[in-house]
Structures are given as C-alpha cells and as structure tokens.
Design a protein around this ligand. Structure first.
Ligand code: ADP
Length: 392
C-alpha cells in the first residue's frame, strides 16, 4: 500500500535525514516507526503526504508514484494525526471534526452527520461534546477529536506522528487501547511514529527500528524483541526485552500440553488407575461439550470411591488461545499454579506450563537466534511440569 524505494532526504545544509530507505507497508497493516529523536522518522512520514519531498528514490501509494499525484488530492487519501492536535480554537468540536468533509464540498447537514458518527466512533458523545470548544476538552479528548477528524473523509491511509505523546501515561494507554479497537474495525493502513518502544511493540503489526537515517530492523514486535538484528537494536529495545516479548506473543494451540482428561461421571478408582498407567499425577475434568469442570489428582482418585465429579477441584484462573503469554503468566502467578488451563472459546484446549511458555516464546524467534538459547525440555505433562499446582 505504501512503498519506499531507495528513498533519501538530504537537506540543503547537508544533513542526511533519511538514507536509501526501502520498505513496504501492506494494506491494513499498522507499522510503527520507532527510534531516538532525530533519526528520520518524521521525515519518512512526511514524505508520504508530500509535506517533504525526497531528494532521491520514490514513494508509491497503492502502486502509484506519489510524485505524480497532486498534493491536495494525495492528502485526501491520507488522514494525518499529530501530537499538537491542531484543532481550530474558535470552532466547535463538531465543526472541527467536519472540517475535511466541508472542504470536500459535502452538504452541511451531511458533513455534520458524518462528524457526529465519527465522534461516536472515537468514544465522544456528540450530544455532550459536539457543541463544546477545544479548550473545554481534556488533552486525551482533544486527541480523540484529532483521530476523528483524520478519519472524516474515510481515507485508506493514516499517518500518525506521536499522536499520544503529550498525554499522561494512564490516558496514553487508554488511547492506545481505543485506537487498537478502532483499527481492528476499520483496518486502515497506518504509519505510526513514536520514540517509545513500549508503544511501538504494543501497537505495531510490524515495527521499523530506526538508527540514524536508516532502518536497522523491520519485523514483527516478537521477532524484534526476540532476535534483535544488531547490537544497536538490542540496546534500543532494552534489557527487559524478554519480558516485553511475553506481551506480544499470543498463545497458539500448538503451544499447549494435552493432559489426561476425564469425565465427571467416570468412576473414581478406575480413573485413578488410568492416570497411574499414564504416569500422570493429575487430570483435567471436562464435560461432554469440552467445558472445563476442574482438575483431580491421581492419589485422591485411587484412594476413593464414587465418581470423578465428587473429587473435582475448581480452577480459578484460565487463559484463552490468542491471548498473550503475559496474561497467561499473570493468571498462573495469581493462582500460584504450575499450569493454567487454556480455553478456545467455551472448550478446553490444553494447558500452559512454564516450560511450554518458554517454548512458545522461542517460537516467535528465528531459528538461528533460538538455537543459541538454552532449551528446556517441553514434554507434555511431565512430573516436573505437573508438580507446581498446589493441592491444598
Ligand atoms: P525524528 O522524527 O526521528 O525525530 P526527523 O525526521 O524530524 O527525526 O529529523 C531527522 C534529521 O533531519 C534530524 O537530524 C533533524 O535535525 C534533521 N532535519 C529535519 N528537518 C530539517 C530541515 N528542515 N533542515 C535541516 N535538517 C533537518
């Protein structure tokens, strides 16, 4: 959707802001450009909407060389959100949001209708906020209006330059979450500039890590964190990159161990014998639909009568396929357990253990880098994996 081919920007004073840059942002993808101040991120972004012209190379939008597209027409296809929101102080929030449709010659009523929809979309009630002026809104609310305004003409591409940089961390996290929700629904092609690596890995489908004027690595957050391409990238992403990876790696069914499963109506003694035969200390209990009832220990079953259902222990914490390893680990720690059941919708999918979690973390890293890491065994429900869940 956006393609840079050998793009350079040299300023007349001799500063090379961007040097021979080539990369592509696919349609519907959110790419974050991250790096320290002055490394060329904003220059890169402004070459997409022709606020800055390259001194070398070409930029393509949807296959078209943008040098051949009139800037005003080009910018209609590209929403632009900046940190200093740039709302008109003497216009209401509704009028501010309707700026672009008004410029495009929409009828007044249509433009206002569109603006109201957009305010709704970014979580601002048009009835409450529409008639206010920008200085009657908090910084976070103004930023939402900035996003709404950029979306007004429904452009396929959004450029966002440190849009959440000026608000406090709590509001920033809320705005980031809201924006991710919005992006999930809208599927825009987004180029997002930030100097904050946390923000970059949180939002980006892929991230471009900038050194001076060039991209040092362009890959998924999990790979950049797990296998930094250069010592510079490793330094930039930080010594806690292992922890950061937990939050950007999602649980897949193949990550899970499959323990023995029992039904609540199974007779306890024979179920106990089955567990013993399988050298398993415990099992999970599922009903016929695969819903999770809890878990049982082999010792307790073997020593008792009745059914498995009489001995079920509840499992408070659980995780879901697709949620992050960080959430699963947090739940595991919360429950003080050595494993956590993972659900796929309403059905039990398997369990995640610390060893499995480690294997899942390594999955996202390229083989070469992974080979250099010490590897823990990750067999299914080995005794050591099962040992951690307290039976008290
Ligand atoms: P970033 O967005 O990563 O902070 P920029 O793209 O704004 O970086 O700037 C990249 C480099 O280009 C910096 O060294 C900056 O000082 C320089 N630069 C930006 N604009 C100009 C200009 N108009 N003239 C000369 N140098 C500039």
């Amino acid at each position: 959707m956006i393609r840079f081919e050998h793009v350079s920007k040299r300023y007349p004073d001799g500063t090379t802001a961007v040097d021979d840059l080539s990369f592509e942002v696919k349609a519907g993808e959110l790419v974050t450009l991250v790096g320290p101040s002055g490394c060329g991120k904003t220059t890169t972004m402004k070459m997409v909407n022709r606020l800055i012209e390259p001194t070398g190379g070409r930029v393509y939008l949807d296959g078209q060389d943008i040098a051949g597209i009139e800037p005003v027409k080009l910018r209609r296809r590209i929403g632009y959100v900046i940190q200093q929101v740039g709302l008109f102080p003497h216009k209401t929030i509704l009028e501010n949001t309707a700026t672009v449709p008004a410029l495009l010659g929409w009828k007044k009523a249509e433009a206002r209708q569109r603006a109201a929809e957009l305010l709704e979309l970014v979580g601002l009630d048009p009835g409450t906020f529409g008639s206010r002026y920008p200085d009657q809104l908090s910084g976070g609310q103004q930023q939402r209006v900035g996003v709404a305004r950029a979306l007004a003409a429904d452009p396929p591409v959004l450029l966002m330059d440190e849009p959440f940089g000026a608000v406090d961390p709590v509001v920033r996290e809320r705005l980031q979450n809201e924006f991710l929700d919005l992006q999930e629904r809208l599927g825009k092609t987004v180029l997002f500039v930030t100097h904050d690596i946390e923000e970059a890995v949180r939002l980006g489908d892929r991230i471009a890590v900038y050194g001076a004027g060039r991209i040092e690595q362009f890959d998924t957050p999990a790979t950049v964190l797990g296998a930094p391409a250069t010592p510079y990238v490793a330094g930039f992403v930080g010594s806690d990159r292992g922890l950061k990876r937990l939050s950007v790696t999602a649980i897949e069914p193949s990550d899970l161990a499959r323990p023995v499963t029992l039904g609540p109506a199974d007779p306890a003694p024979s179920a106990g014998a089955r567990l013993r035969a399988a050298a398993a200390d415990w099992a999970v209990v599922l009903d016929a639909d695969g819903a999770l009832h809890g878990w049982v220990t082999a010792d307790e079953l073997a020593a008792s009568t009745g059914t498995v259902g009489d001995h079920v222990r509840p499992v408070a914490a659980r995780a879901w396929v697709g949620s992050s390893l960080k959430d699963a680990l947090a739940a595991m720690l919360q429950d003080d357990a050595g494993w956590i059941p993972v659900m796929e919708g309403p059905r039990f999918a398997g369990v995640l253990t610390p060893a499995r979690l480690h294997t899942a973390l390594r999955r996202s890293v390229n083989t070469a880098a992974a080979d250099s890491l010490p590897v823990a065994p990750a067999s299914a429900t080995s005794a050591s994996e099962a040992a951690g869940r307290s039976t008290s």
